[in-house]
Design a protein around this ligand. Sequence first.
Ligand code: CP
Length: 285
Amino acid sequence: MQHLLSVNDMSEDFMIEIWKDSLKNKDNPSNILKGKILTNLFYEPSTRTSSSFYSAMVRKGGSVIPINNVKFSSVTKGESLEDTIIAMSNLSDCIVLRHPEIGAATRASKVSSVPIINGGDGEGEHPTQTLLDGFTIFSNNNLSLDNLTITFIGDLKNGRTVKSLVKLLSRYKNNKFNFVSPENLRIPEEIRPKSCFETNNIDEVLERTDILYVTRVQVERGSSHDYALNIDQLNRLGKKSIVMHPLPRVNEIPKEFDQDSRAKYFDQMKYGLWCRMSLLEKILS
Ligand code: CP
């Protein structure tokens, strides 16, 4: 059984296989997962992760049990995460879990008889977001993740997509990291690469950024710093730079930038479907 709890569970070879398969097959439907059932078990809100796993499973011929609002499940009656996982692993072949607590997916994996995919555990990790973020970079950088300057901006303390992506990009050669946030939302020390640049002023790093990874401030985790990039700032990025965002966006990127060829955040969403189709096929077939 192959759980996917952290970026650390994915080797470079595993990801390259998924990315190459995603480039080749995109969202081509097939019946390879006919008869298989996926449980989407979401204790926190989601649009992209939940729906793209749903769509990916159906496009591969499988079915989905959608528990997108645990308020209407037996969790409300006091059922523990462990008992819910035991129940759903008896009814399905794989479980995607999103939960507000760090380590919830690991807890689930200890009692599950089917693979657990971490769909986001609190401020912890979001490995399938990293799979699609990595694919976005891979497909925009001549099939490589080396020699890049990446600037992360926003809530770097609570953003799980940032933590997972930093882990991934730290494995590759000659990457440089800039972290832009106010003091109270700095990237945690255990994640921060030894060599990096930290500032609270994006203007210091824009012109030497290949990938600008923008994140929302996580109000639901107690953060309260409002910020918005403006079009003049974004236009100072190089012609070959790209702007990524895991979404949802609030005010961080102006809508007028959406048509710019450097804006990749809606492509990321589409790539999420392709990567999750390849991932489910790998785990379940
Ligand atoms: N990027 C992401 O995880 O989006 P959702 O919260 O909509 O799933």
